[in-house]
Structures are given as structure tokens and as C-alpha cells.
Design a binder for this molecule. Structure first.
Ligand code: BV8
Length: 244
């Protein structure tokens, strides 16, 4: 039995499943990943220049406009077969009463668009906007203000994502870590494993005795520790991994 077959069998019979995704699963939808040499957003910007509160306070227009550009890109793309395979995996697990949780680092909302429901967004969602001082949600704002102001308190609006140096949403990491510590199979897709505390979740699963399946176009720090490492594109491998 080859690695794909063995991993597929492990998923099909898993008593409980956690799936963790990173930017790599959205690459085939046309969203550049953070660290891809050619298209990665990091190659165009220095992360500390844009994805931090300090950067926003230093240059609110640049940070607001970068996120507005990314939000427009995200609104124009669709989930790919990788996202849809994970939504199917959730449905198959539910049909046999196996607990399932999807933990994503992505902020693009494509998992929800593909039908995933049992989902934790560790780093927020770029489609949501809130104000800097009080977290008031904003559904609309002046298109010609960079950044616009909160209608409720007048502070700047900002994307509802987790910036570097910020805490993750209340309870998000705790519920992800609890599920990882109690799962039979942990499927890790399209993440370079560089950002903490998300990157610690596969290690939590391994320490608890779970089988870990990695799907990634490149080797990562997790590859040597995974039960099965399936090299290649998520949009091609995941549908085969979840096939009936
Ligand atoms: C925190 C939202 C507690 C924003 C993101 C010093 C001071 C303070 C903190 C730290 C510090 N040193 C370290 C830290 C922790 C820090 C951190 O990890 N820094 C890193 C850079 C070292 N973490 C934090 O700050 C976190 N908060 O720790 O709070 C705290 C608070 C204060 C003080 C101390 C502690 C918050 C981290 C959240 C940051 N926000 N996103 C935005 O989107 O703009 S993270 C960002 O990176 C995205 O969410 C992204 O998902 C994530 C991780 O990247 P990946 O998803 O892995 O994507 P990447 O491009 O790296 O890799 C893509 C992979 O896909 C590759 O492996 C590639 O091979 C593969 N791939 C490509 N194509 C495909 C594919 N695979 C399959 N198929 C394909 N087709």
C-alpha cells in the first residue's frame, strides 16, 4: 500500500480528525502565499512593515490600502478542489459520528465558501473590519478615506485579522489545541510551520499519539515527523485522499 492509500485508509477510519491549513491551500485559488519566492506577499513587503499594530499606527494609509487590495483579491476568487475536499471530509466524518475540527491560519474565508462549518479561524478574517480602539464591527465605510473612521467611536477602522504581536481570538487556540491533543489523525495542509502558536499544533497531536498526514508542495520542519508526507499540490492530493 503506498503512502496515499495508507493515509486515505487512516482518515477513513479515524476516531476523530483535526485538519490544519495554511496559505498553501488557497494558492490554487490564485491567492499568493506569504513565503512563495515569486508570488509571496512577503517578497513584496516586509511583514513587520505591514502586518503589525505598530505599522498601522505608523502608516495607517499603507496598511489599510494593503488589506483593501488583498480583500478585493479574496472577494474575486473561488474555493478550489482542496477546500472542497476538506468540506467533504467533514461531512464524511459527521456521517459516521467522528469528531472533526478544521483549524485554519488563513484569513480569506474560502473554507466557509466551500461549505466547511466546524472551523476555527486562528488569525481572523480579512473580510471582517473592526475599529482599532474598541473593536466595533463595521459593515460599511467611506470608500475615499484611508483608513476610514468608526461610526460608533471615531477611531480608525482596521482589518479583523491577528497581527504579529497580537493575541489570537479568545479561546481559538485553546479549542484547537484541545482537539489536536485528542484526535486520531491530524491532517496538516499547505503551511510552512513558521508562525506560532499555530505551528505547535501538529506537535501537540504527535505527542498525544495521533497519526499526522502532511500535504505540502515543499518539505517543512514537520515533514520528518509526519506519519505520511504527501508531496504536491493540495488541490490534487486532497480529493484523492478523501475519495470514497
Ligand atoms: C502571538 C493574519 C502571543 C495577518 C497572520 C516576538 C514578539 C511577539 C511575538 C513573536 C515574537 N517572535 C515570534 C513571535 C510569535 C509570532 C510569530 O510566530 N512570528 C513568526 C514570524 C516567527 N506570532 C505572533 O505574533 C502571534 N501571536 O504569538 O501572541 C504573543 C503576543 C505578544 C508577545 C508575545 C506573544 C500572531 C501570529 C498571527 C500573524 N498573522 N495572518 C495577515 O494575514 O496579514 S500569520 C500569516 O502567516 C497568515 O495567517 C499565514 O497563514 C500564516 C502562516 O503562513 P503559512 O500559512 O504557513 O503560509 P506560508 O506562505 O508561510 O507557507 C505556505 C506553504 O504552502 C508553504 O509550505 C508552501 O510550500 C505550501 N504550498 C504552496 N502552494 C501549495 C502549497 N502546499 C500545497 N499545495 C499548494 N498548491
Amino acid at each position: 500500500m503506498d503512502d496515499l492509500e495508507a493515509a486515505r485508509a487512516a482518515l477513513a477510519g479515524a476516531r476523530s480528525i483535526v485538519v490544519m491549513t495554511g496559505a498553501g491551500i488557497s494558492a490554487e485559488s490564485g491567492i499568493p502565499t506569504f513565503r512563495d519566492a515569486m508570488t509571496g506577499l512577503w517578497s513584496r513587503f516586509r511583514p513587520e512593515d505591514l502586518a503589525t499594530e505598530e505599522a498601522f499606527r505608523r502608516d495607517p494609509r499603507a496598511v489599510w490600502d494593503w488589506y483593501a487590495w488583498r480583500r478585493e483579491r479574496v472577494e474575486g476568487v473561488a474555493p478550489n478542489p482542496g477546500h472542497r475536499a476538506i468540506a467533504r471530509l467533514e461531512a464524511l466524518a459527521a456521517a459516521r459520528g467522528a469528531p472533526f475540527l478544521l483549524v485554519t491560519q488563513n484569513v480569506d474565508g474560502l473554507h466557509q465558501a466551500a461549505g466547511s462549518a466546524r472551523l476555527v479561524e486562528l488569525h481572523g478574517n480579512i473580510r471582517r473590519v473592526k475599529c482599532l480602539d474598541a473593536g466595533h464591527p463595521a459593515a460599511r465605510w467611506a470608500p475615499d478615506e484611508h483608513p476610514p473612521r468608526c461610526a460608533a467611536c471615531g477611531s480608525w477602522l482596521r482589518p479583523d485579522v491577528v497581527w504579529f504581536g497580537e493575541m489570537l481570538p479568545e479561546g481559538a487556540f485553546e479549542s484547537a489545541a484541545a482537539a489536536a491533543a485528542d484526535c486520531g489523525v491530524f491532517l496538516c495542509v499547505g503551511t510552512s510551520g513558521l508562525v506560532e502558536p499555530a505551528a505547535s499544533l501538529p506537535r501537540v497531536a504527535l505527542r498525544a499519539g495521533a497519526r499526522v498526514i502532511e500535504v505540502n508542495a515543499e518539505p517543512t520542519p514537520l515533514t520528518a515527523h509526519a506519519s505520511w508526507s504527501l508531496p504536491g499540490k493540495a488541490g490534487e492530493i486532497l480529493p484523492a485522499l478523501v475519495a470514497e
